[in-house]
Design a protein. Structure first.
Length: 220
């Protein structure tokens, strides 16, 4: 016989819903069973019971009020929902993210290298400028120093321009990588696009006598 609190609570035996009689009786064969009791606004309870043949077994279940699970049927579904929502918030390093991140790192490395070369050329220009003004040197030596200084200044300006362009590309690449990282979070692996459909990015710097820059090509 079942004595339930609160009265009218939902009862399951081995996963099957049962309705006790008005007196709380439930007819079961001899054996071991899993009893589950739940009610809205109460924490469900689960226990194992043993039924002896030819005997009446009294089972008292008093549920505790709580807000964790409201009923016996929805508790597992709610748990699955929480787990799926938690996993959907994770960040995944997909192929487009890795490609975009790699391009961004390459642009950053190019920015550092061209920046250092520009600084070195500027220092050379300063040295040659001092030599061109050194009266202890011959006129030919001062003229050669002035010519070398002009070449160094041109190199410094060119590499400084390239460094600035690569820096802009680095910032753009960082933004694209961040966008792909967060826009692709929570996607399931079976819904991910094939390698032919995934985004591809490529960047190529260029330098000419009058200008410098880079070409950023992509397909999505």
């Amino acid at each position: 016989m079942l004595r339930l609190s609160p009265p009218g609570a939902m009862v399951k035996v081995d996963g099957q819903a049962v309705v006790p009689s008005s007196s709380g009786g439930v007819q079961l064969k001899e054996g071991n069973y899993v009893l589950e009791v739940g009610a809205e606004g109460y924490t469900p309870e689960r226990r194992e019971i043993a039924v002896q043949g030819g005997q009446s077994t009294d089972v008292v279940v008093a549920l505790q009020q709580g807000s964790a699970e409201t009923d016996l049927d929805g508790s597992e579904d709610a748990l699955r929902t929480d787990e799926s929502e938690g996993s959907s918030g994770s960040l995944e390093l997909t192929t487009p993210v890795l490609i975009s991140g790699g391009v961004t790192l390459a642009l950053l490395a190019g920015t550092i290298v061209t920046g250092l070369v520009a600084v070195s050329a500027d220092n050379e220009f300063e040295d040659k400028l001092l030599q061109s003004r050194d009266t202890s040197l011959s006129n030919r030596e001062r003229e050669q120093a002035a010519a070398d200084g002009r070449d160094a200044a041109d190199r410094a300006n060119t590499f400084a321009t390239v460094s600035d362009v690569l820096l802009v590309g680095t910032l753009i690449g960082a933004g694209v990588t961040t966008f792909l990282l967060f826009s692709g979070s929570g996607e399931k692996e079976d819904s991910a696009p094939s390698s032919e459909e995934q985004a591809k990015l490529a960047a190529a710097p260029y330098v000419s006598p009058r200008e410098a820059g880079f070409v950023l090509k992509g397909s999505f």
